[in-house]
Design a protein around this ligand. Sequence first.
Ligand SMILES: C[S@@+](CC[C@H](N)C(=O)[O-])C[C@H]1O[C@@H](n2cnc3c(N)ncnc32)[C@H](O)[C@@H]1O
Length: 265
Amino acid sequence: MLAELLLSMTVRCEPAARRLGYGRAQVGLWSRSRRCAKAWAPHHAETRAFVESLLAGQPQGGTAWVLGAGLLDDLPLAALAAKFDRVLMADIAWLPMQLWRLKRYPNVEARLFDVSGLAPMMLEWRVGKPLPEPQPAALLGLDVDKPGLVLSLNLLSQLPLLPLEKLERAGQSFATRQAYGRRIVAAHLAGLRQLDCRVGLVSEQRRIFRNRAGEVVMSESALFDITPPVAEKEWGWNLAPLGEIDNQTALELRVFASSDLSVSA
Ligand SMILES: C[S@@+](CC[C@H](N)C(=O)[O-])C[C@H]1O[C@@H](n2cnc3c(N)ncnc32)[C@H](O)[C@@H]1O
């Protein structure tokens, strides 16, 4: 608890994003990742292996973008740094430990960047006003140079979370929140599809809640019922083993990885 409090004072985050809760969320993610390190390790290994498979077919040099780099747990950092002249790691909130880790690689830059570009507008938004339109092109603002590879790693389903929390606090209906979440997810997919380079996408697509006996008690889309691209690989992510949410419920995510976003499943 004390570690979290101290850490929350050191998170790097723009003021609008901090006020929407992105700093707090990053500290929460770090805490959960430590508590659940063993359960999350296979998912991190699968994501890293998928990225490595993309690197194998990629020419040496140029620039790579990693969107939602966060805790750096799910990416092969040394391999990325060795493959590209520049690697831009983008996240809306950075913890100091990750910034220190990146300093070891002179060609890797941490960028404070809001991939959907919604944070300042969401903060200003008030009930009765139109919701800010998610812009597919927002991610192009990361850099002026064209990338050779763009990776969106365990980010897609996370983009709507804090905007939707704000809508919930403002008393917006479930249907309104679902529809807006869908627009945010669709905009990120459209933004990735517009890129003129290889793209690797890893995201959860379903949340599966199980009881103590392992029976499914609820299963829901993590992408607001948007059909994801055809998966080259799928796996389970034991996000919340028994005891993490409560003693009766475990949460598993179904994750997909794809580098051909042109076809939906
Ligand atoms: C599930 S975490 C994955 C982090 C990282 N790939 C890892 O496993 O270490 C999702 C990440 O997306 C970031 N994120 C959420 N919304 C974002 C936004 N609008 N722009 C950029 N990053 C965002 C969060 O800060 C978090 O680091």
